[in-house]
Write a protein that binds this ligand. Sequence first.
Ligand SMILES: C[S@@+](CC[C@H](N)C(=O)[O-])C[C@H]1O[C@@H](n2cnc3c(N)ncnc32)[C@H](O)[C@@H]1O
Length: 323
Amino acid sequence: MEIKNNNQHWNDYWSQGHKTSFGSAFTNCYEGVIKATWLQYFKTLKSNSKVLDLCTGNASLLRIAKECLNDEVKIDFTGVDYADIETADGFAQLNNIQLVFGVNIEQLPFEANSFDYVISNFGIEYSDLNKSLAEASRVLSIGGKLELVCHCYDSTIINSNANELAMLNLMLSEGNVLDNLKALIKALVIREKNKLQASASEQDSYQEACQLAENFRHKLNDNIAIIDNSFTKALHESEFLAFLKYLLSKQCQDKETTLRAFKNSMQAHNSRLSAMINAALSMNQLTSVSELLKENGLSLLNIKDVVNEDGKIACQISAKKHT
Ligand SMILES: C[S@@+](CC[C@H](N)C(=O)[O-])C[C@H]1O[C@@H](n2cnc3c(N)ncnc32)[C@H](O)[C@@H]1O
C-alpha cells in the first residue's frame, strides 16, 4: 500500500507516549484555539450518530470530544491511523470509542454510508487527498458532514517549522555541527584514555588528542556561530544548546552513545518536520479546494483560517456529502 510519507517515524513518535503531534508543546492534550475550535464543533453533533476520526494519532481529537460531551449524548467514535499506537491510559477501552490502527485512510475498511461525520485534525493532508477524500465521501452517509483542520503553506506553524527544518538540515550536513561534535567527542575520549598514561608515546598521543580536540572545538564554535546568526530563534528554542552543555560536562559519562542517541532523535524529528511541511495544503490546493471536494462527491460549506495570537495556524474546512 503506497502512502504519501514513510510512517515509521510516527510509530516511534507515538510510542514515546505523546498525546498530540506537537511534542511537548501541549502537556496533556490540545489546548487554546485548536481545542476551542473542536469543542465548538463537537457541540453541533447529533445524538445517536457515528463519527470517524481520520489519522487519529493518539486519539487527541476524540479525547476532546469525550471531555465535552456528556454520557446522555449517544455518539460512537471511531479513530483510525496508519501508525501502530498503544494508548496506555485505557482511553481505547472506553464505551463508544473504537481505535483501529494499521489503517491507511486511502483504503478505509468500512462499508459505504456508515458514518454521519468524518473529522480530521492535522491528519488527512498527510495522505493522497484524491484517494482519502474519495474514501471519506464513500463512508459518509448522504448529507453526512466532513470537518477538517489542516496544516497550510502560509501558517505560522509551517513557517517556523520550515525554518527549524532548514536549521536541522544544515546542522546535520557533512562537515557541520554534528560531524564536528562527533570528531570533538572522539578526540576527548582519546585524550581521557591517554591522560594518565606514563609512557612517552602515550604522552604524545595525549598531546595530539588535545590539539585535535582544540581544532574540532574551534570548528564547532564557528558552525554554531553561523547557525546562531541565521537561525537565532530556532536555535535558542531547540534543545541543542542544553544538550551540548550536558554532553561536554563531567556528568555525561558515555559521550559517544549519548551523542549517537541525540543524533537519531534529531533525524527522526527532521523526518516528522519534512512530512509536516510536505503535507501542508499548498496555495493551489486551497484555492481549488471546492473543486477537489466536488470531484469526490462533497460540497464545500465553509473554509476559514484558524488564528491565534501569532497569526494563522491552520485552515478549517467544512463540507457535506451531496444529497
Ligand atoms: C500530525 S499527526 C496527527 C494526529 C492526530 N490527529 C492529532 O491531532 O494529534 C498525523 C497522523 O497521520 C497519520 N497518517 C499519515 N498518513 C496516513 C495515512 N495514509 N493513513 C492513515 N494514517 C496516516 C500518521 O501516522 C500520524 O499519526
